[in-house]
Design a protein around this ligand. Sequence first.
Ligand code: IDP
Ligand code: MG
Length: 140
Amino acid sequence: MNGNKTFTMIKPEAVAKGYTGKIIDQFIVGGFKIIAMKYVQLSLTQAQEFYGIHKGKPFFDELTQYMSSGPIISIALEKDNAVNDFRALIGSTDPNEANEGTIRKRFAESKSKNAVHGSDSDENALIEINFHFSSKEIIS
Ligand code: IDP
Ligand code: MG
């Protein structure tokens, strides 16, 4: 059975452009329940740790510098089949390949500045939620 939690961040460019409210609305309309949320700026070291799985890839430095360049919104979400349903809601990594109506199609400006993060597995969703939130901050 698939898990019921996923993790997202509204990325710096989308926050700076004022898309936070519209993006969170789309999470809720899409059936996701917010169980933890905070407004925060990651240090470069925190971004490198969070994206450790991508270390060594050509886009790693650009990604971690970008993700620590300004405030983000980090959110833990709950829904049946959360990881897969959330990835469908946000669309492909590259907004040019994302389906019409998806969050990345609507709000992303490029493959790197692509508006939102989404966990890629149940296991990573829990790791990512625990990276950003203590158990006291999660209201499930
Ligand atoms: P995902 O966010 O759709 O799961 P990943 O492959 O896990 O995509 O990549 C993590 C993040 O790294 C992407 O959301 C994007 O911001 C950035 N990224 C991935 N591939 C590229 C690329 O080819 N060029 C620039 N940035 C990239
Ligand atoms: Mg990923």
